[in-house]
Design a protein around this ligand. Sequence first.
Ligand code: 15L
Length: 280
Amino acid sequence: MTGVTSGRVLVTGSSGTIGRTLVEGLPAHGYAVRGLDRVAPPDSGLDALTGELLDAALLDRALADVHAVVHLAAHPGEAPLEEELTSHVLGTQAVLQAARRQGIKRVVLASSNHAVGRTPRGGLPDGRLTVDVRQRPDTFYGVAKVALEGLGSLYADRYGLEVVALRIGSFQPRPRSRRHLATWLSPGDAVRLVVASLSAPDVAYEVVHGVSANTRGWWDHEPGRRLGYLAQDDAEAFADDVLAVPETEQDRRDGEFVGGEFVDAEYDVPASVSPPRPPA
Ligand code: 15L
């Protein structure tokens, strides 16, 4: 199996923060980008469609003449379970089904560290977080990301799709907290990570960490390296600024679990709302 090293790539969530970074960054690596988002793109020159992921006809149009998909579109934080499942699970299944219909094999999925966010740092072998730890969500958002990974695995095993699930840390222009000194994913590394995920040969189903080469990082880089992801940025370059702000109780708690503040009880939300929002 060869990877996708050129051609057209659909980026869902192309108006979001990571999406805009990929729209800008992927062309330099030989890809033509098509966007899909419920929000019209800020760049009117982009080949883009606007609408909802659960619109199968729209997805078929979006995936026509496309060689691979990077699926980012979803609600990026905590919400009631119905909303999370609609956004991450039904939305992802819609994309995977459309990829099958259009004969597209390579699909990169945006998972999150919150799929394993309740993992305590203490007690990890060698203090390293590996991608094979028990799925241990810290929120309904994390539960939905666990299910997204499950769907990716199912579509790889059952239908032969080539799926890379990215457990993304903290995607930010620059690290803003002590936790980010370990969890930061820089914009440049996000592009490198996606390029590696698209172009790596021999992918069936892979989970990789989406973090930069942070001096204070503790998440295993090996699965990413195997795909060819060589992170270049290090949050340490911003450590003086971050550490100039006095440490808070939240900072201290943030270091105890993978998911940082998502683990806190304040992230609890009402168990039910109606009606659920359609996915981004
Ligand atoms: C995520 O998955 C969220 O989408 C983002 O809002 C951040 O909270 C990030 O994780 C993080 O853990 O820093």
